[in-house]
Design a protein around this ligand. Structure first.
Ligand code: NAD
Length: 453
C-alpha cells in the first residue's frame, strides 16, 4: 500500500480545492446522477469487492462483507435520490423584508475512516460530502484500504478529477497531515474516541466544523417479559458477533431483569453456540477473524482481565489457550459474575465479548445503562410498548432500538451523544447539518403599504 505523507496530502487537498470551484456549481440533479451511477457500478461489481473486503478484514463473506457492500450501494442510491433536497427557508420578518437561507457547501472535507466497516463508512462520507457540493480527501484505515480503493476507482469513473481523493497510510502520518492542512475546510472523522479528541483539537485550532462518529459501550435492557429465544437471537445480532463484535454499535452490556437472569443469558449462549466460526471466505462461516494481532491481543487481554477479576464465562475461549494458529480467531464470549466498575464492563473492547449483569427495578436498569461516558446506541427488549418507549426515551444514546438488533439504514439519522460523537450521518438532515453551511440573505424590497380597502 502507498504510505502517504504530508506531500501527498498536500497534492490531494490542492486537487480537491481546484475541483470544488466547478463541483459546487454542478446542479444537484447532476451530482445525484453521479451517485446513482456509482451505486449501480458497486452493485455490478459487488461480489469481487465483497471477497476483497472479507480477505482484508477477516469478516465473514455471507454475514458481513457481502451485506456491507450492498449497504454501500444503498447509501449512494439514497443520497443520489435526495440530491435536490438541500432547501433553505424563507423567514417572515415583516413587510418590506425578504429573508431567506441558502444551504451552501463548505469546501474541501478531510475525512478519516476506520477499518471495521471500511466500505460502508467510506461510502457514507463520500456520498454525504459530495451530494452537498463539497469535495473530499479521504484517508482509508491502514488495516483495510483495499476495498475502499475499489469503491474509489468506481467513483472516479463518474466524477470529475479531484472531486474525490483517497489516500492510504498511517494515522499519525497521512491522517495527522490531513487534520493540519490549511486547505481543509471541514473535518469528518469516524474512529475511536481517543483519536476523536485529536481531531477536535485540530478543528479547534482553525475553528473548523467537525463531525465525529466515535466509540460505544452500548447497553441492552431485557425486561422479564422478553425471556424468549427470538429476543436472544436479536441480542446476538445487536452484539454484532457476526462481525466479531468489531462494531461501534455493538450492544455489549446485557442488562437482564434478575427474575430471568438464570434463563435469559443461557438462551443467548445457546444462540451463540450455533454460530459457526471459520474461514471468512467460506459460505458456511457466520464469523471470521478479528482484524490483526494488535486487536487479537487487546481483546484477549480484556477477557483475561475479566477472568482474573472473577468473571465466569458462560461461553467462550479461555486466555490460557494457545495464540492464533491460522488466523486471529476469538470465539464469541459471554461473561457473567461481573461488576459495573470492571474494565470489561466499562471500556469498549471492540471484540466478541458480551458482559451480562442483573437488575431489579426499572430505575436501576436505567442507572446502569446510562452509567457510561459513551452514548452511541442502546437496545430495549419488551412486549410492553409503554415501558419500552419510556425506557427508550430515558436512555442516554443517539440511537435506541426497541425489539430490533440490526444495523443502520439509509435515511435514519445516526450518531452519538456524550463522548460517542458529534453530528449525524446516514440521513439527509445529517448531510445538511454536517456538510452544508447556511447563508442568510436579507433583502429590503422597499414595499410601501397598500392603501386599506
Ligand atoms: P482509530 O481511531 O485508531 O483509527 C481510525 C482512523 O483514524 C484510521 O484511519 C487511523 O489511521 C486514523 N488515525 C489514527 N491516529 C490518528 C491521528 N493521530 N491523526 C489522524 N488520524 C489518525 O480507530 P480504529 O481502531 O480504526 O476503529 C475502531 C474505533 O472506531 C472504535 O472505537 C469504534 O467504536 C469506532 N467506530 C465508530 C463508528 C461510529 O459510527 N460511531 C463506526 C465505526 C467505528
Amino acid at each position: 500500500m502507498p504510505r502517504a505523507g504530508a506531500a501527498d496530502v498536500d497534492r490531494a487537498v490542492r486537487a480537491a480545492a481546484a475541483a470544488f470551484r466547478a463541483w459546487r456549481r454542478e446542479t444537484p440533479a447532476g451530482r445525484g446522477r453521479a451517485l446513482l451511477r456509482i451505486a449501480d457500478d458497486i452493485e455490478a461489481d459487488a461480489e469481487r469487492i465483497a471477497r476483497l473486503l472479507a480477505t482484508e478484514t477477516g469478516n465473514a463473506i455471507r454475514r458481513q462483507a457481502r451485506p456491507e457492500v450492498a449497504s454501500a450501494a444503498d447509501l449512494f442510491r439514497y443520497f443520489g435520490g435526495v440530491a435536490g433536497e438541500a432547501k433553505g427557508e424563507t423567514v417572515p420578518l415583516g413587510r418590506g423584508l425578504l429573508n431567506y437561507t441558502l444551504r451552501e457547501p463548505i469546501g474541501v472535507v478531510g475525512g478519516i475512516v476506520p477499518w471495521n466497516a471500511p466500505v460502508q463508512l467510506a461510502s457514507v462520507k463520500i456520498a454525504m460530502a459530495l451530494v452537498t457540493g463539497n469535495t473530499l480527501v479521504l484517508k482509508a484505515a491502514e488495516d483495510a484500504p483495499l476495498a475502499v480503493l475499489e469503491v474509489a476507482a468506481i467513483c472516479a469513473r463518474h466524477l470529475p478529477p479531484g472531486v474525490l481523493n483517497v489516500l492510504t497510510g498511517y494515522g499519525t502520518e497521512a491522517g495527522a497531515a490531513l487534520l493540519e492542512h490549511p486547505g481543509v475546510d471541514k473535518l469528518s472523522f469516524t474512529g475511536s474516541t481517543e483519536v476523536g479528541r485529536i481531531v477536535m483539537r485540530a478543528a479547534a485550532e482553525r475553528i473548523l466544523p467537525v463531525s465525529l462518529e466515535l466509540g460505544g459501550k452500548s447497553p441492552v435492557i431485557v425486561f422479564p417479559d422478553a425471556d424468549e429465544d427470538a429476543v436472544a437471537a436479536g441480542v446476538v445480532d445487536g452484539m454484532r458477533f457476526t462481525r466479531q463484535g468489531q462494531s461501534c454499535t455493538a450492544g455489549s452490556r446485557l442488562l437482564v431483569h434478575a427474575s430471568v437472569f438464570d434463563s435469559f443469558p443461557a438462551r443467548v449462549t445457546d444462540a451463540v453456540s450455533r454460530l459457526r466460526m471459520g474461514d471468512p471466505l467460506d459460505e458456511r462461516s457466520d464469523l471470521g477473524t478479528v482484524i490483526n494481532q494488535k486487536q487479537y491481543d487487546r481483546v484477549r487481554g480484556y477477557i483475561d482481565d475479566g477472568l482474573t477479576c472473577g468473571a465466569r464465562p458462560l461461553i467462550g475461549d479461555l486466555p490460557a489457550e494457545a495464540g492464533p494458529s491460522d488466523g486471529f480467531y476469538i470465539p464469541p464470549t459471554v461473561l457473567t459474575g461481573v461488576r459495573p466498575s470492571w474494565r470489561v464492563v466499562r471500556e469498549e473492547i471492540f471484540g466478541p465479548v458480551l458482559v451480562a449483569l442483573p437488575w431489579h427495578d426499572e430505575a436501576e436498569a436505567l442507572r446502569m445503562a446510562n452509567d457510561t461516558h459513551y452514548g452511541l446506541a442502546a437496545y430495549v427488549w419488551s412486549h410492553d410498548i409503554g415501558r419500552a418507549l419510556r425506557t427508550a426515551h430515558a436512555l442516554d444514546a443517539g440511537w435506541v432500538q426497541v425489539n430490533r438488533g440490526l444495523g443502520q439504514l439509509p435515511g435514519m439519522s445516526y450518531g452519538g451523544i456524550k463522548q460517542s460523537g458529534l453530528g449525524r450521518e446516514f440521513s439527509l438532515e445529517g448531510a445538511l447539518d454536517g456538510f452544508t453551511q447556511r447563508k442568510t440573505v436579507t433583502v429590503d424590497t422597499h414595499e410601501t403599504p397598500l392603501p386599506l380597502g
